[in-house]
Design a protein around this ligand. Structure first.
Ligand code: INI
Length: 154
């Protein structure tokens, strides 16, 4: 026989910071709406959310780290949209966002969730922001709920 530990999806009493990039705002606003909706539908209270806007996805990691280390939140949800253009800029921004967000979690010791879209086209981003491929902001909040509950048990 073994013991298995799972995180529940209960939002009540949880406090989260959401770091949201203003770059590609028409996508990230939809991601934010999905994340907030998910939180409320799982019993969370809107005043327990703090939304922090940053210029672009490149700025998310440092901001997430500061919030994660503040001790005010059980978790941090990072929302952004990096959409490929005609130069290699995409690769640098997307790689730094992914690496930095992971590092923010490692350094702070609390769940820091990667809700940054990295897509080849605007259409792919739209599809993942509340259209036919769901809403990745909602998915990111689901991960935050599960991971923070899990961490409370470990
Ligand atoms: N930031 C994004 O969040 N998404 C993008 O698609 C993007 N592109 O393609 O340039 C982007 N660039 C801005 C970057 O995140 C920084 O804000 C900027 O370089 C200043 O540090």
């Amino acid at each position: 026989m073994y013991m298995e530990i799972n995180g529940s999806l209960q939002g009540e009493g949880k406090r989260f910071a959401l770091v949201v990039s203003r770059f590609n705002d028409f996508i990230t606003t939809r991601l934010l709406e999905g994340a907030v909706d998910c939180f409320i539908r799982h019993g969370g209270n809107a005043p327990d959310l703090t939304v922090v806007r940053v210029p672009g996805s490149f700025e998310i990691p440092l901001t997430a780290l500061k919030l994660a280390k503040s001790g005010k939140y059980q978790g941090v949800v990072c929302l952004g949209a990096v959409i490929r253009g005609s130069t290699p800029h995409f690769d640098y921004v997307a790689a730094e966002a992914a690496k930095g967000i992971a590092q923010a979690g490692m350094s702070s010791g609390i769940p820091v969730i990667f809700g940054v879209l990295t897509t080849d086209t605007i259409e792919q981003a739209v599809e993942r922001a509340g259209v036919k491929a769901g809403n990745k902001g909602w998915d990111a909040m689901m991960s935050a709920l599960e991971m923070t509950d899990l961490f409370a048990q470990l």
